[in-house]
Design a protein. Sequence first.
Length: 162
Amino acid sequence: MTSLVPILKQADIFYGMNNTQMELIANLCVEKIYKAGEVIFYEGATSDELYLITQGEVDIQVNPTLVSNHPDQQVQPVTIATLMRGQNFGEMALIDKGVRSATARAAQKNTRVLILPSQELLHLCAAYPELGYHLMSNLASDLALKLRNTDLMIREDFLHRK
């Protein structure tokens, strides 16, 4: 099997980690390939995995009827972000073990993702505190950036409605 370390090094969530730490993480990864349009996970589903895109794109979609005045109305999911190689998703389930806040769908054929099971990843963080510190700090930065972008989207939407 080809080493996943060069692929993992391209991801911001592994910034600052050394080769040994990267090898430990690589040993946890499971690769999966999705067809265009195939759902990786559904909004509202329980899951505890972190995903990293190694090829292709993934659309992050939400169901607008969850906040609609007409919840029984049939509405198509809305794509709120398209993620590319090196980007991660599903990290909130890693942190809070809650349900998925959006649906993740492969946007291109042969979209490849690395799946990191949270329990094993958290055990690794506990066993190697420096690795855990780097990972959690990088995840916090990633979530903060995503939250800021979402905040801007909400503000733009609000301003355009007036």
